[in-house]
Design a binder for this molecule. Structure first.
Ligand code: NAP
Length: 242
């Protein structure tokens, strides 16, 4: 059986993506780092809606933790493989560059970029052996445009977009697609302290996006209908470009 793993699947975009993929029939694995309560709520919602969801906590920035968690998962699933990987886990540690601390820089790069590298490398072999896979990387408008106060986050997301383009070309012959999504402002915990009333004046559609809207795009990229789309970064931002 083919599974879909969503990193950062406890809350926000990851929760909506887990629910959407489960509704489309994917057995989902919800990864998270520390918020077990939120992860259990997401799992419960999926199961109550008739889907299948497992929890697999690990820190995506820790290669040993990834290895240990996936080794255990494989032991319990000897005939299954993870065919869909949504690299969604991410954090913000905003600061003006002149004040930015080393740990603010490294934590963001470690989670978004190194997390993508460790986990994707680990799961690629099985996808290549089975000659089918879908990888979706959660980038950001910040990685396309650059946003002041986010040199760490913009750098990590821009690098993720570059890696998406390169990896897409490496694995295309094995029917594995690799795409990125670049959301603008979406209503989640990550954006809850922002001044939405003020910011939405800049957004042509006039509002923040909903996690379900990002989940719908993810589900399309994962589907067979999207087999000819790879190496792309798709913006979902209500018309907010520069
Ligand atoms: P969120 O509500 O803050 O949720 C973040 C998720 O990532 C949580 O599930 C969290 O787990 C998990 N996570 C963080 N660090 C992790 C780690 N080291 N290992 C494993 N899981 C980790 O954020 P969100 O708004 O849903 O954002 C999801 C993704 O979309 C991020 O990559 C973010 O950069 C990107 N994005 C968001 C927006 C937006 O407007 N919201 C816009 C552009 C891009 P715990 O629950 O255990 O903490």
């Amino acid at each position: 059986m083919k599974y879909a793993l969503i990193t950062g699947g406890s809350r926000g975009l990851g929760r909506a993506i887990g629910q959407k993929l489960a509704a489309q029939g994917w057995p989902v694995i919800l990864n998270y780092r520390s918020d077990a309560t939120a992860a259990e709520q997401t799992q419960k919602a999926i199961v109550e809606a008739g889907g299948t969801a497992e929890l697999l906590p690990f820190d995506v920035s820790q290669p040993e933790a990834i290895e240990q968690a996936l080794e255990q998962w494989q032991q319990h699933h000897p005939n299954d493989y993870i065919a869909v990987l949504v690299n969604n886990a991410g954090i913000r540690r905003d600061n003006l560059m002149i004040f930015m601390q080393n740990d603010e820089w490294h934590q963001v790069i470690d989670t978004t970029l190194n997390g993508f590298f460790y986990l994707t490398r680990r799961l690629l072999k099985e996808m290549m052996t089975h000659r089918w896979g879908r990888i979706v990387n959660m980038a950001s408008l910040s990685g396309i445009k650059g946003l002041p106060g986010q040199t760490n986050y913009s750098a990590a997301k821009a690098a993720l977009i570059g890696a998406t383009k390169a990896l897409a070309q490496e694995v295309a012959p094995r029917k594995i697609t690799v795409n990125a999504i670049a959301p603008g402002f979406i209503e989640t915990d990550m954006t809850k302290e922002l001044n939405q009333a003020e910011l939405k004046k800049m957004i042509p559609v006039g509002r923040f996006g909903k996690p379900e809207e990002v989940a719908a795009l993810t589900a399309f990229l994962v589907s067979d209908d999207a087999a000819y789309i790879t190496g792309e970064t798709i913006s979902i931002n209500g018309g907010l470009y520069t």
